[in-house]
Design a protein around this ligand. Structure first.
Ligand SMILES: *Cc1c(COP(=O)(O)O)cnc(C)c1O
Length: 393
C-alpha cells in the first residue's frame, strides 16, 4: 500500500555547517501568506534584509549595495566573478580548502587565467606567495575565503585588505560561512565584494544568495561591458533592489524574504557585535569540551574561525559510522570534505545555535563514541564545555 500523505520527518538538531538551526519565529514568518514580488510587503521585507546584511558586514550607510536573490552561496559566488572579470582576465584565487578550490574552478569555467595559490589544509597561505602570484599574473582581482568550511581555517582579512589597498586591487571575500557570526569589517575599507548565503551564520532557511558590493565594484562591473551572465548581472538587479514596487527583474522568493527579515530582527535584537562575541564564546567552549573527549581540531586553534570545527576522528572510528550513531540521537553532524573526507568530522556552531544545543551535541557524540567502542570519560566533554563557557564570559 502506498501512502498519499506527504512524508513528515523528524526535526534533527542541525550541528552541520549549514543549514543551521532556524528559530521558530523565522519558520512562522516563512508560513505567512505569499506576497507578490512587487508588493509593499515584499519591499519592506527586502529593505530590512538589505539593512541587516549591510550592518552584519560592517558597511557604513553609504557606498554599498546589498543584493538578495533566490539561490545559494555558490550563485552569489558566481555573481561576484561574473561582474568583475572578463574571459582571459588574470585572477588570483587564494585557496585554503574546498571552497577556495571552488573559486578556482569557477574562475576557469568563466574563462579566466586563474593563478591559484593553495596550501596544505589546516594552514594559511603565506601572504608572500599571494604577492608573488599577483606579480606573476598582473591580476587586478583577488578572491579569498573568510572561513573555509572544509577545515575551519579563517583568513587574516586585515592582511588582504592592506594588500588590496596598496595594489589597488578588487578584493572579493567569500563570507558564506562567517557573515552574521564573525566581523567582516567592510568599514575598514579594502574589501569591495562580500557574499554569503542565508542558511549559515545568518540562521535563515536555505534559498537566498546574498551579496554586498561597493560603488567601486559596481563601476568595475560597468567597465566590463557585457558580462558573462544575465540572471547574475548586478546591473539588472539594481532597480528592483532599490525599489521592487516599481521595477521587476526576476521574481524574489517572497516567503523567504519574510523569513529572512524575521531572522534579521532576531539578530538585531541580540546586536551584531554581541552575536559575534557569542560565536567566539561558543567556538572556544565547544573546542575545549571536544578536546576533553580526545577530539582535537584538525588545524591549530590560533588559525580557526568561530563558526565551524573540523575534528580528528578517534583511531578506528569511521566518519560515516560516527555520523550515523550521532544521528540516532537526533543530532546531525557533518563528514569531512575533499581531502579530509575520511579523516575528520565537522560540527557547525553558527547562527542561532545555543549553549544547550551544543551540550546536547556533545552528549550525542559521547554516546555515539561509546557505542562505537571508543573510550570516553562520561560527561568530561560536557563539563569542560560548561567550564569553557564560563571562562569566556
Ligand atoms: C557553504 C559554502 C559555500 C557554498 O554555499 P552553497 O549555499 O552551498 O552554494 C561557499 N563558500 C563557503 C565558505 C561555504 O561555507
Amino acid at each position: 500500500m502506498t501512502s498519499t500523505a506527504a512524508p513528515t520527518h523528524a526535526a534533527p538538531l542541525l550541528l552541520i555547517p549549514g543549514p543551521s538551526p532556524v528559530p521558530e519565529p523565522v519558520l512562522e514568518a516563512l508560513a505567512r501568506p505569499t506576497q507578490g514580488h512587487g508588493s509593499a510587503a515584499a519591499a519592506d521585507y527586502l529593505r530590512r534584509v538589505q539593512q541587516g546584511l549591510l550592518a552584519a558586514a560592517g558597511a557604513g550607510p553609504e557606498g554599498y549595495h546589498a543584493l538578495v536573490m533566490a539561490g545559494s552561496g555558490t550563485s552569489a559566488m558566481e555573481s561576484a566573478l561574473v561582474n568583475t572579470v572578463a574571459p582571459g582576465d588574470a585572477l588570483v584565487v587564494v585557496s585554503q580548502g574546498f571552497f577556495g578550490d571552488r573559486f578556482g574552478a569557477l574562475g576557469r569555467a568563466l574563462g579566466c587565467q586563474v593563478e591559484q595559490v593553495s596550501c596544505d589544509w589546516g594552514q594559511r597561505v603565506p601572504l608572500a606567495e599571494v604577492e608573488a602570484a599577483l606579480d606573476r599574473s598582473g591580476a587586478r582581482v583577488l578572491t579569498v575565503t573568510h572561513v573555509d568550511t572544509s577545515n575551519g581555517v579563517a583568513t587574516a582579512l586585515d592582511d588582504y585588505r592592506g594588500l588590496a589597498r596598496s595594489r589597488d586591487l578588487l578584493l572579493i571575500v567569500d563570507a558564506v560561512a562567517s557573515l552574521g557570526g564573525m566581523a567582516v569589517g567592510l568599514e575598514g575599507g579594502g574589501i569591495d565584494v562580500v557574499f554569503s548565503a542565508s542558511q549559515k551564520a545568518l540562521a535563515m532557511p536555505p534559498g537566498l544568495g546574498l551579496v554586498v558590493f561597493s560603488e567601486r565594484a559596481l563601476e568595475w562591473r560597468r567597465k566590463l561591458g557585457q558580462p558573462r551572465g544575465y540572471f547574475l548581472d548586478w546591473v539588472n538587479w539594481l532597480p528592483p533592489m532599490e525599489d521592487p514596487t516599481s521595477s521587476y527583474f526576476a521574481t524574489l522568493p517572497t516567503n523567504l524574504l519574510a523569513a529572512a527579515a524575521a531572522a534579521v530582527e532576531i539578530s538585531e535584537a541580540e546586536g551584531w557585535e554581541a552575536r559575534f562575541g557569542r560565536h567566539r564564546r561558543m567556538a572556544r567552549a565547544l573546542r575545549r569540551g571536544l578536546r576533553a573527549m580526545a577530539l582535537p581540531t584538525m588545524a591549530g586553534d590560533e588559525l580557526l574561525g568561530d563558526t565551524v570545527s573540523a575534528l580528528a576522528l578517534p583511531e578506528g572510528v569511521a566518519s560515516a559510522d560516527l555520523r550515523r550513531e550521532v544521528a540516532a540521537e537526533g543530532v546531525a553532524v557533518a563528514g569531512g570534505l575533499g581531502a579530509w573526507s575520511q579523516s575528520c568530522f565537522r560540527i557547525g556552531h553558527m547562527g542561532a545555535t545555543s549553549l544547550p544545543e551544543l551540550l546536547t551535541g556533545l552528549a550525542a557524540v559521547e554516546q555515539a563514541l561509546r557505542r562505537l567502542g571508543a573510550v570516553v570519560e562520561p560527561g568530561a566533554g560536557v563539563a569542560e564545555l560548561l567550564a569553557g563557557w564560563e571562562a569566556e564570559a
